[in-house]
Design a protein around this ligand. Structure first.
Ligand SMILES: Cc1cc2nc3c(=O)[nH]c(=O)nc-3n(C[C@H](O)[C@H](O)[C@H](O)COP(=O)(O)O)c2cc1C
Length: 183
C-alpha cells in the first residue's frame, strides 16, 4: 500500500474529509483506514492522517497511532467545532504536526475543516447553562448560532480543498525528492 488515509472520527465529520481525499487518489495502491481498528500501515509511504479535535488536539488513540509514523510522508488534517480560522484551530493542528515530527514523520502539508458539534454535546452544554454551571462550554444563544452554522460541515468545498491540498503537496514532495536524488 503506497497511500494510507487514516482517520479518527466519532460522528463522521473527519471521515467525510478522509473519504474525499481517498476517492481522489488516482493510484490503485491505497487504503482508507479507521484508526480505531489499529490498522497496519507498515507498507505505506504517504499517510493522510485525520483526527477530530479533542481538547485542542488529537485524542489519546490518535496520539498513540501517530507514534508509528516514523519515516512516512504525512499530510495532517483535522475537523473541529470552533472556527477553523481561529488560534484554537491553529494550535490543534500544530499539536498533531508536532507529534508527527517527534515520531520521525515528515509533514508535507495540513488542512483544517469545520465539523458539526454532536447534538448530544450541544444538549449537555445547554444543561450546563440551565443549571447555572459557569463552565466556559455552557450554552449561549451566540454559540447556538455557530453550532447551527456548522451543522452541515465539513462542506463539499472544504472536502474538495482538503483533497486538492493533499494532491498538490504529494506532487510537490515527489518533485523535491526527485530533485534531491539528482544531486
Ligand atoms: C470529547 C470531545 C472533545 C472535543 N474538543 C473540542 C475542542 O477542543 N475544540 C473544538 O473546536 N471542538 C472540539 N470537539 C468537537 C469536535 O472536534 C468536532 O465536532 C469534530 O468535527 C467531530 O468530528 P467527527 O465527526 O469526525 O468525530 C470535541 C468533541 C468531543 C467529542
Amino acid at each position: 500500500m503506497k497511500y494510507a488515509v487514516c482517520y479518527r472520527s466519532l460522528t463522521g465529520c473527519t471521515k467525510k474529509v478522509a473519504q474525499a481525499i481517498y476517492d481522489d487518489i488516482k493510484e490503485k495502491d491505497k487504503a482508507l483506514l479507521d484508526i480505531k481498528d489499529n490498522p497496519d500501515i507498515t507498507d505505506a509511504d504517504i499517510v493522510a492522517l485525520g483526527y477530530y479535535v479533542d481538547q485542542a488536539g488529537p485524542d489519546d488513540l490518535a496520539c498513540k497511532f501517530i507514534t508509528r509514523l516514523k519515516g512516512k510522508r504525512v499530510f495532517v488534517f483535522c475537523t473541529l467545532a470552533y472556527f477553523a480560522d481561529s488560534t484554537h484551530a491553529f494550535e490543534a493542528i500544530q499539536k498533531g504536526i508536532k507529534l508527527v515530527q517527534e515520531a520521525g514523520g515528515q509533514v508535507i502539508g495540513s488542512f483544517i475543516a469545520n465539523g458539526a458539534l454532536a447534538p448530544q454535546i450541544i444538549a449537555e452544554f445547554k444543561r450546563m447553562a440551565q443549571s447555572g454551571n459557569a463552565n466556559h462550554h455552557a450554552y449561549t444563544p451566540e454559540k447556538g448560532l455557530r453550532y447551527e452554522l456548522f451543522k452541515n460541515h465539513p462542506t463539499k468545498a472544504e472536502c474538495a480543498l482538503a483533497s486538492e491540498r493533499f494532491q498538490e503537496r504529494v506532487l510537490l514532495s515527489d518533485q523535491v525528492e526527485a530533485l534531491k536524488a539528482q544531486h
